[in-house]
Design a protein around this ligand. Structure first.
Ligand SMILES: *Cc1c(COP(=O)(O)O)cnc(C)c1O
Ligand SMILES: [Zn+2]
Length: 402
């Protein structure tokens, strides 16, 4: 930890890694752990490895393996030849993050966030979230025996509370505006010596690198041209881009894919800034989308995502709720049931096809961020049907369905 530096993404000011610091004191922009320039994959039987063991060279600050991992990562990269053909591209892959321990990609970053908290001596952790991050931090807090505080807005739907409560954290629903809850809980965590694992905390973003490493291996190092990531705070897309950049720096791949930041049209601060060539995101006043996991009115890493898209030659796409629901149904037609947030990535591919963006030889990865079962209210937006039948009529019914 002593030799690791954390660097401001805007002004390059350097901070030590053995303290809890998320943002630059001078410019208030997010910090990032310095890039790894030398490393290789520790090949071994991956069934017996954790992601941090396989990619140990890329996590030089975690020397000993602590008992925190829940075997996150190593998620499937599922190809759809049928949809690739429909989209008019060479290859279409789905990186299915719903197979993580708490059914979303957040676990990759919670692992590294919790490890950092333990490394620098914290016994208490916390998060502010309304969804997947809350469940993930609660689960890892339980597993590693840390006292865990989870703050959620009192507005969150009841179906989201018990899946957090089951891990038995100190769970508080707080009345008040979400960004004010965030600010106040951050202040109180400092006061009480609690490590707050934010959505774009430097050591959370580090964990997200592993998704990129896996995609490199799963495509035999013939990396895709585009990686589409549903974006909220921007922590996830930053981590994935950094992972590819490190593998390129280490000579493991030849290019970094172009990153595509996907947002919901009803709340798209990064997209808005991108299309107006602004270098700062601006707060969205009246957000409305059913993809609550990417409904973020002022993303913590928004400005840094804009800077990253510039050097990466990436771009933004925004999709409507109708397009998201349509894509959720399309995913289900390939056997995948994901959250509306995740479906936004496929909705963006459909939009690019519609706008005749593709030439035909592209290889595209959609990151599917979390499980469909996390938000069952989405069922209402689909025309779902089933039959009812008396037992003695079942034979007739099946006969009529042949
Ligand atoms: C957290 C989350 C996102 C957004 O990730 P950020 O790192 O905040 O950009 C997208 N989809 C799902 C399902 C999530 O849980
Ligand atoms: Zn700075």
């Amino acid at each position: 930890m002593k030799n690791t530096k954390i660097i401001c993404t805007k002004c390059n000011k350097v901070y030590p890694a053995d303290i809890l610091q998320d943002r630059c004191d001078d410019c208030h922009e997010p910090l990032e752990v310095e890039i790894v320039k030398k490393g290789k994959i520790r090949e071994s039987n991956f069934l017996g490895q954790t992601v941090l063991e396989r990619y140990a060279d890329f996590f030089p600050y975690f020397k000993e393996v602590d008992d925190v991992s829940m075997r996150e990562g190593f998620t499937p990269l599922q190809e759809s030849k049928k949809l690739a053909q429909e989209m008019g591209i060479a290859k279409l892959y789905f990186k299915n993050e719903s197979t993580n321990p708490t059914w979303s990609f957040k676990d990759r970053g919670t692992l590294t966030g919790v490890l950092h908290a333990i490394k620098i001596g914290y016994k208490k952790i916390a998060t502010v979230s309304s969804g997947n991050m809350a469940a993930s931090v609660a689960a890892y807090g339980a597993k590693s025996g840390l006292k865990t505080y989870v703050f959620v807005s009192s507005q969150i739907p009841a179906e989201k509370i018990n899946p957090i409560a089951i891990y038995n954290p100190i769970l508080v629903t707080v009345e008040g505006r979400y960004d004010l809850i965030q600010r106040e809980s951050l202040r109180l965590c400092k006061k009480y010596g609690i490590y707050m694992i934010n959505s774009d905390a430097p050591f959370r973003v580090e964990g997200y690198k592993t998704l990129a490493y896996e995609v490199c291996e799963q495509t035999n190092f013939d990396v895709p041209d585009y990686v589409l990531v549903p974006n909220s705070s921007g922590g996830h897309i930053r981590g994935i881009e950094k992972g590819f950049r490190e593998f390129k720096e280490c000579g493991l791949i030849k290019k970094v894919p172009r990153m595509v930041c996907v947002q919901a049209a009803g709340c798209s601060p990064v997209y808005n800034a991108f299309i107006t060539r602004a270098d700062q995101v601006e707060r969205i006043e009246n957000p409305h989308t059913l993809a609550h996991g990417i409904e973020n009115t002022l993303p913590l890493s928004g400005n840094q995502v804009l800077r990253m898209l510039k050097w990466n030659k990436g771009f933004c796409v925004s999709v409507t709720d109708d397009e998201i629901i349509d894509a959720q149904a399309t995913l289900a037609s390939t056997g995948l049931f994901l959250q509306p947030e995740s479906a936004a990535s496929l909705a963006a591919v459909k939009k690019l096809k519609h706008e005749k963006y593709f030439r035909g030889d592209e290889k595209v990865v959609c990151v599917l961020t979390g499980s469909g079962l996390k938000y069952t209210a989405a069922f209402e937006h689909h025309k779902l049907t089933h039959y009812t039948c008396k037992l003695d009529k079942l034979d007739d019914f099946l006969g009529s369905q042949q």
